[in-house]
Design a protein around this ligand. Structure first.
Ligand SMILES: O=C(O)CCC(=O)C(=O)O
Ligand SMILES: [Fe+2]
Length: 272
C-alpha cells in the first residue's frame, strides 16, 4: 500500500505517489482510484490464463491485421476492429465504422473455443466492478469495443480523451476515462507502457508531432512504468500522457484493448 509523504509546505500530508499496483485480483476500488488519479496504473496478473491467450493467439495466426490510418498514426499500429479515433477527421461515425465493426465482431467471435474473448473480459471486469458493463452508445447505436491491437514499434507519447477529440460522438458523457489492455502475447524484451502523472494541456500543442507529443513535455513528471506479461491486464487513465516502448527479441505484443468510461450514474454522495 502506498504511504503518505509529507511534502507540503504546511503540516498536512498530501498523497503524492503515482505508481503501478500489481495485483492478482482487480477490485472496484482499483478502478475508482485510477478514475480519481491516486493510482497510476493497475496490473492484474493472470487476468487471462496462458491457455486462453495461446488459443486466442493461435486463432489470430493467419489473420490479416488492418491498421490505423497511417496519416494519423505513424509508425503504424496494426489492429483488428475500428477505433472511434479512425473517424475523428470525419467528425462522425460513417457507414464504414459500422461495417468494419461487424467484420471484427464476426472474426473475434470465434477466437476462443468458438466464443468471443471480449465476453470473457467483460464478465471479469463486471465482476470486479460489481455492476453492469455495457457498450457506450452513439446516436443510440452500440459502439464497437475490444479491438485486437499489435504494437510493434512502440507508441508515441499521447493521450486519449474522446469527448475532447471527438465532441458529441458519445450519447452519455463519462465521468472518467480509463483504458484497458489485456496482453495476449508479449515479446521477450521491451514493450513497457509508461503513464505520466500529467494530463494534456493546450500549451503542449507546439510540441505535437502527428498524433503524439515530444517527450520533453513530461520530462519532470512522475511516471508509472509497467511491463506486463502475457495474460496480464493493465488499466490506467487514458487522459494521462502515455507511451509504449518498442520491442525486441522474439514474440509479438498483442492486446485486446478497449476504453472504460465510469458513468455518472448511481448515487451522489455529499460531505464537507
Ligand atoms: O498497449 C498499451 O500498453 C497502451 C496502448 C494505449 O495507448 C492505450 O491503451 O491507450
Ligand atoms: Fe493510448
Amino acid at each position: 500500500m502506498a504511504e503518505l509523504l509529507d511534502v507540503s509546505t504546511n503540516a498536512s500530508p498530501i498523497f503524492t505517489l503515482f505508481d503501478t499496483e500489481t495485483v492478482d485480483e482487480l477490485t472496484r476500488d482499483h478502478i475508482l482510484r485510477l478514475a480519481v488519479g491516486v493510482l497510476g496504473a493497475v496490473r492484474v496478473r493472470g487476468f487471462g490464463s496462458p491457455e486462453e491467450c495461446a488459443e486466442i493467439m493461435e486463432g489470430l495466426d493467419h489473420r490479416e491485421f488492418g491498421a490505423y490510418d497511417e496519416n494519423l498514426i505513424f509508425p503504424p499500429i496494426a489492429k483488428i476492429g475500428p477505433a472511434a479515433y479512425d473517424f475523428y477527421g470525419a467528425h462522425t461515425l460513417t457507414d464504414d465504422y459500422w461495417d468494419v465493426a461487424a467484420d471484427a465482431r464476426r472474426l473475434r467471435g470465434k477466437l476462443y473455443r468458438g466464443t468471443d474473448p471480449m465476453d470473457l473480459a467483460v464478465e471479469r471486469i463486471g465482476r470486479a466492478w460489481g455492476d453492469g458493463v455495457e457498450p457506450a452508445r452513439s446516436k443510440g447505436r452500440e459502439l464497437f469495443s475490444g479491438m485486437i491491437r499489435e504494437i510493434h514499434n512502440g507508441a508515441k507519447l499521447h493521450f486519449d480523451e474522446i469527448v475532447r477529440e471527438f465532441p458529441g460522438v458519445l450519447d452519455e458523457t463519462p465521468a472518467s476515462f480509463l483504458t484497458l489492455n489485456w496482453y495476449l502475447s508479449m515479446p521477450e524484451q521491451g514493450g513497457e507502457t509508461r503513464v505520466y502523472r500529467r494530463r494534456w494541456k493546450p500549451t503542449d500543442e507546439p510540441y505535437r508531432d502527428g498524433y503524439g507529443y515530444d517527450e520533453q513535455v513530461v520530462a519532470e513528471e512522475p511516471v508509472a512504468v509497467v511491463r506486463p506479461e502475457a495474460g496480464d491486464v493493465v488499466i490506467f487513465d487514458s487522459r494521462n500522457l502515455h507511451a509504449v516502448n518498442g520491442i525486441s527479441g522474439e514474440g509479438r505484443r498483442v492486446s485486446l484493448s478497449f476504453f472504460l468510461g465510469v458513468t455518472g450514474r448511481g448515487p451522489l454522495q455529499v460531505w464537507s
